[in-house]
Design a protein around this ligand. Structure first.
Ligand SMILES: [Zn+2]
Length: 59
């Protein structure tokens, strides 16, 4: 088995380019990734996922 790269982006939520808040969360998530903070990554992912368009339903 191979261990996954540390910098692998979470395949959870992709911040839509049209939403400033999600983009900010995406940047925070990337920073948390580089800082090695899984908590920060999970938190930012949660922010994006809790947005309506996170489900791909609305625009
Ligand atoms: Zn959003």
């Amino acid at each position: 088995m191979t261990s996954p790269p540390e910098y692998a982006p979470p395949a959870d939520a992709a911040p839509p380019p049209s939403c400033e808040l999600c983009r900010a969360a995406g940047r925070a998530r990337a920073r948390a990734h580089m800082a090695g903070s899984p908590e920060g990554v999970a938190e930012a992912t949660e922010v994006i996922r809790s947005h309506p368009h996170g489900a791909g339903d609305q625009r």
